[in-house]
Design a protein around this ligand. Structure first.
Ligand code: SF4
Ligand code: SF4
Length: 436
């Protein structure tokens, strides 16, 4: 147990992990999927198929020439029904995408597996890109790009993030319990590509079974470079800067990236996707999604990417009572969605909340208690930032490092005056980026 070097601030919301003991179930094959051509950081993909064309599960159907991008694949076999430029995405914009109707046969197009012991780094990186792998912890940054740090940046440590500190979500937890060997083998590939000889897997101490299973897997793999650490449960432990501070006691300076301080952080589900692409030739076409909250039967579902949210909610028995909100993500970082949006590569949780839980509390005046400042893991002044953003004083927001806000929502959670601090900060950040 690490008792030192913990990150500053943070909170302890109820973890509400009602699906923690529920094994991963395979979701039903969807009747149709919506594969968005822009579900990652970087350039959107262009379609590689035409309407009416037959496709197989795992077939690449969209790609881009840009370095910072990731191809997309059909997640089912069937027929391309429509290629649209305006499909609603869970990231809150309309993006181009491809609608595929299932033929019910679920035929797949796999790639050849490669042997990482004999393959070159270049081949492995090419495979990771070709498989469409992006950061599955939510960032959706193309993994082949992340594993190619800029010239002069030396990585000495890889951290695999198994914290899953966000309330409600248990997708990574179940993955670590049920498929720990694949996660460890994927991490091994990451470390070899980067030539790194120290790796940590950080898991919060509310997932004791995952810690045990991952330690056993590391033992079986015999990789002495990797250590599984039990971390104190505290939100937002899973944020990269917090994790680096906790494990290595290194600070990520304002405006810099973790590889500026020699660290690469990946999510456990991303490592598992790397395993599948390299050892089994399977591109990223499915992932575990926790469907939880006010549904009749909360589950961890192995879900084809592009499945509409309503299919998955239906598979969990539908909602309990009147739906107030459908959230993509957990209760802290999640974003409200329409039920007809499709899952994308970074969708790890669909949270259904009833009307009472979705009620927006009445906002009162700031009482200058300073609690928001004390919990901010980044050391910002949330009380000042919300005021400046509200008054559209964006240049002054920059003086207070608004862009360093990781939008963890800890400040909003503790505010006794129920001020929507993180929403105002998010608004300020978007306005600044739009103007730039
Ligand atoms: S949302 Fe931003 S300002 Fe608020 S606690 Fe988190 S990092 Fe700090
Ligand atoms: S927690 Fe709320 S009331 Fe207290 S200082 Fe911050 S914004 Fe003001």
């Amino acid at each position: 147990m690490l008792k030192f070097n913990r990150f500053r601030g943070g909170i302890h919301p109820p973890d509400s992990k009602i699906t923690a003991g529920k094994p991963i179930e395979k979701a039903k094959l969807p009747a149709s999927v919506i594969i968005l051509l822009h579900q990652h950081v970087g350039a959107p993909c262009k379609p590689l198929v035409k309407e009416g064309e037959e496709v197989k599960a795992g077939q690449k159907i969209g790609d881009s020439d840009s370095f910072v991008s990731a191809p997309v694949h059909s997640s089912i076999s069937g027929v391309v029904r429509e290629i649209s430029t305006q499909l609603l995405s869970p990231i809150g914009r309309e993006v181009p995408g491809i609608i595929i109707e299932s033929d019910g046969r679920d035929e797949s197009a796999k790639m050849e597996a490669i042997a990482p012991a004999t393959a070159s780094k270049r081949e492995i990186l090419a495979r990771i890109r070709e498989a469409g792998i992006v950061g599955l912890g939510g960032a959706a940054f193309p993994t082949s790009v992340k594993l190619s740090p800029p010239e002069g940046k030396e990585i000495d440590t890889v951290i695999l993030n198994g914290s899953e500190c966000e309330p409600y979500i248990t997708a990574d937890h179940r993955l670590m319990v049920e498929q720990p060997d694949k996660v460890v083998k994927g991490m091994n590939v990451i470390m070899n590509v980067l030539d790194v000889d120290k790796g940590f897997i950080g898991i919060e101490d509310n997932k004791k079974d995952a810690i045990r299973r991952m330690r056993e897997a590391v033992e079986r793999e015999g990789d002495k470079r990797i250590e599984v650490l039990s971390l104190k449960t505290k939100y937002p432990q899973g944020e990269a800067g917090s994790l680096i501070k906790t494990i290595l006691n290194r600070e990520t300076p304002s405006g810099s990236h973790s590889y500026d301080i020699g660290v690469l952080v990946q999510n456990v589900a991303t490592a598992k996707a790397i395993h599948d692409a390299v050892f089994e030739g399977v591109p990223l076409i499915e992932r575990v999604v926790t469907v939880t909250g006010d549904v009749k039967e909360p589950k961890n579902l192995l879900t084809r990417i592009g499945t509409p949210f309503y299919d998955l909610i239906k598979e969990c028995g539908g909602s309990k009572g009147d739906v107030g909100k459908i959230v993509c993500g957990g209760s802290m970082l999640g974003v409200a969605e329409f039920e007809n949006v499709p899952t994308i590569k970074s969708t790890g949780c669909i949270l259904v909340l009833d009307r009472e839980k979705s009620r927006i509390p009445e906002e009162r005046a700031c009482v200058r208690c300073g609690i928001c400042v004390s919990v901010c893991p980044t050391g910002l002044m949330p009380t000042i930032l919300e005021k400046l953003a509200r008054e559209r004083r964006f240049e002054e927001c920059m003086d207070y490092h608004i862009l360093d806000c990781m939008e963890c929502g800890s400040c909003t959670y503790v505010c006794p005056s129920k001020i929507p601090i993180v929403q105002l900060i998010r608004y300020g950040k978007e306005e600044i980026k739009r103007r730039e």
